[in-house]
Design a protein around this ligand. Sequence first.
Ligand code: AMP
Length: 215
Amino acid sequence: MKRRVILLGPPGSGKGTVAACLEKQFGWPHVSSGYLFRQEVGKNSPLGQLAKTFIENGKLVPDEVVLQLMEHWWDGTDSAAGFILDGFPRNVPQAMKLDSWLTARGVALDVVICLKAPENEIIRRVAGRRSCPRCGRVFQIPDMPPHTEGICDDCGGELTQRADDRESVLRERFEIYRRETEPLVNYYRHQGKLVLVDAMQPVDQRCAAAADALK
Ligand code: AMP
């Protein structure tokens, strides 16, 4: 069973965590546009330079830059092998572009999972988010801490807090989510692809609910 899956949800709703569970369980690659961007910024590549200020201020990177990054991913992807996309698409024009790529290859998305959670819970969660700049793994304090404080369980990297997880930036990201990304809920509902998952559940149940949606 191979599935092409999109994860939607506001910043901090746990898309990355759910994607990592699904990747582990089913083996389809997890692709996070935010992670790909942070790598480009880290390398100080031309794409990274174009994206940096937008990311640091919690704004969406302009579509033409996002599409350059994601087209590169798409060109190198075996779409028959399935994928779990997290962070892309982020608005209707991006979703339409992805649809055109899929159509050109004669394949389709299977499921769009949307994680739902109230804003105050998300703010609490994001304040505890720590990620590993080396391998991208994300931890959550206090719900899902690393074994050793500040150190990544997988690669031993030093955990950091993302600059765009500061509260003022986070509020801006929420606003942008409501305006730009939430319309995708209806977009995919109309395609008959949407499954809602309660992001307030404990991690295990959240992952199990997402996995059920794929069966
Ligand atoms: P994320 O890790 O998905 O929260 O993404 C972090 C940041 O990367 C976002 O706040 C945006 O600045 C940028 N970004 C990631 N994916 C996209 C996208 N599909 N469209 C526009 N900007 C994006």
